[in-house]
Design a protein around this ligand. Structure first.
Ligand code: SF4
Length: 542
């Protein structure tokens, strides 16, 4: 698909700006002026020489006073969910975080499928005499799962889990068949008993109420009206699940216990190593895996990401995504037309967007995607992984390390804020994905740890406040294009972070993650994956 042609839009564009910083000139201001000059040249088609750009940038830069010391951040609201939870060091592992599963939503598809699969496993352990009485399995969806579950295929995912399918291995065609033939009945074997289940056993229940989490569901095994087993579950975002009385599993202690980016970077800098290597050491100690095993898993995820972009780009240009929006696929068209653009920088933005559209459209089709951190944001990280590996031909080991640094950013957002749009709006999905992708890109280009943090911070900062309002409850509008914007913002964040004076970056990642948590709390509930406001109201479906 993409080749190494040096004219490729993502090929090295450093020649656009002369980066020799003249003596006595403030570097940051110089680079900014030079970049603005370059951008203007691209937009107008008038391209002065690098020397002319340099001279203009020198003339307009000057010196910049050092920034004032940062005041301490105000404390988060005491009733914020993440504040109430006891916090220790980050203990999340890569296989918990990067999950392969069917789209379109990690919280509304992968989570519910994991939940019903978990319940099925629990039910199989009941005593034989109890199982002998069982007559029915029933799933009730509440809150956001009920409000937008139809558009996400939540009932199909929940039924698939009940019949023993797991997200990473389920054939998306099985889920398609449930959509095309909704009356199918499946026998579920529990001991000697076989219970028939169908989509009718998944009930869209109350959308509003005092739920412990906006994505709440219950699963029951019944004997007539008697409950043999019941469990209340929460799909807490990114495919992670919890249940009533949940306590996190005991894990081995991390080699480098960190709960903030400041601590993480502190370890990296003190050990003269990278953020990625600290994450690797922790993964090995927490999960008890060898370095080879960790990288083998990362390779599996990288390969899956590349595959999802390729698959999306290969779809016919006139493909129409499932659902009432009748949204036409656009990834292949955007890719083709972007490649024809006569301006190299426009081609770069166009094809990066096309890669993100491709993976995100795969999510919209319900095909297999990778949570990074969620299904809705599943176009962002793959687009950068694909661009770095397949277009820029960056060494695979650097991309592997980028995946580790990106995971650390996602872990911190989960640890101190949320990855759930039902809790925090789209800033928690695309915002976090973009931040991760910025860390990936900076790491892949060997940026120092501070630049990696600055890039991640910048990408997250410029998604704060972004709401979630999927039209008709389908993860298509605005989600698919939003992945493209998340990818381009990640690249922009890397471009700024690698060109500014890193020590002058004014906001640190921990402060922005705190702002993400507080903004999530303050956001009007209508904008948290309910499809009751914003675009979901203003867009008319014919
Ligand atoms: S608007 Fe954002 S958060 Fe909401 S479903 Fe779409 S991608 Fe996910």
């Amino acid at each position: 698909m993409a080749n190494q042609d040096e004219k490729h839009p993502l090929a090295d564009t450093r020649g656009l700006i002369d980066r020799e910083i003249p003596d006595g000139v403030d570097r940051r201001r110089f680079l900014m002026r030079a970049a603005v000059g370059g951008a203007a040249a691209v937009m107008t088609g008038c391209s002065p020489s690098p020397q002319e750009q340099t001279a203009k940038a020198v003339a307009t830069s000057g010196s910049t006073p050092a920034p004032a010391p940062a005041p301490s951040a105000p404390p988060l609201a005491a009733d914020l969910n993440v504040v109430q939870k006891e916090k220790g060091p980050v203990l999340t592992t890569l296989d918990e975080f990067y999950k392969v599963g069917p789209g379109p939503s990690s919280s509304h598809t992968i989570g519910p499928m994991r939940i019903t699969y978990d319940f099925y496993q629990r039910a199989t352990k009941l005593p034989a005499d109890k199982l002998a009485k069982a007559t029915k399995l029933q799933v009730n969806l509440f809150g956001s799962l009920s409000a937008t579950g139809k558009g996400h295929g939540t009932e199909r995912a929940a039924l698939a889990g009940l019949v023993g399918k797991e997200p990473a291995t389920v054939d998306p065609k099985f889920l398609d068949s449930l959509r095309d033939k909704p009356d199918q009945v499946f026998p579920v074997k529990l001991g000697d008993k076989s219970i028939d289940v169908s989509l009718k056993d998944v009930i869209y229940d109350a959308t509003k109420g005092e739920f412990k989490h906006p994505n709440t569901m219950t699963v029951k095994l019944l004997a007539g009206n008697d409950v043999l087993l019941e469990q209340e579950y929460y799909s807490v975002g990114g495919g992670f699940i919890e249940w009533k009385g949940y306590t996190p599993p005991k894990k081995n202690p991390p080699k480098y216990p960190f709960a903030t980016m400041k601590e993480l970077r502190g370890y990296a800098d003190a050990n003269k190593t990278t953020i990625a290597k600290i994450v690797l050491a922790n993964e090995m100690s927490i999960a008890g895996r060898s370095e080879e095993e960790v990288y083998a898993f990362v390779d599996k995820i990288i390969n899956a990401m590349v595959a999802t972009v390729k698959s999306g780009l290969s779809m016919p240009e006139d493909d129409v995504l499932p659902g009432p929006i009748k949204l036409h696929s656009k990834a292949a068209t955007v890719y083709k037309r972007a490649m024809d653009d006569k301006f190299q920088s426009d081609r770069g933005i166009g094809v990066l967007s096309a890669f993100a559209l491709a993976a995100s459209e795969e999510n919209g089709r319900g095909h297999l995607v990778i949570t990074a951190p969620t299904g809705g944001s599943a176009g962002v990280m793959p687009s950068l992984v694909y661009g770095l590996l397949e277009v820029r031909k960056v060494d695979r080991q650097k991309v592997r390390d980028g995946m580790l640094a990106a995971a650390a950013v996602g872990y911190l957002c989960k640890h101190h804020a949320t990855l759930s749009a039902a809790e925090g709006g789209c800033q928690a999905e695309i915002g976090v994905a973009s931040s991760m992708a910025a860390a990936l890109t900076a790491t892949a280009f060997d940026a120092p740890s501070l630049v990696v943090e600055n890039a991640a911070e910048s990408a997250l900062e410029h998604h704060l406040g972004m709401t979630c309002d999927p039209v008709a409850g389908y993860v298509q509008v605005p989600c698919i294009e939003r992945c493209a914007f998340g990818a381009v913002k990640a690249w922009t964040a890397y471009a700024i972070a690698s060109n500014e004076i890193a020590s002058r970056h004014r906001v640190d990642l921990d402060e922005t993650v705190a702002a993400l948590a507080q903004t999530a709390k303050d956001m009007n509930n209508k904008y948290k994956e309910t499809s009751e406001a914003g675009l979901a109201l203003s867009v008319t479906l014919c």
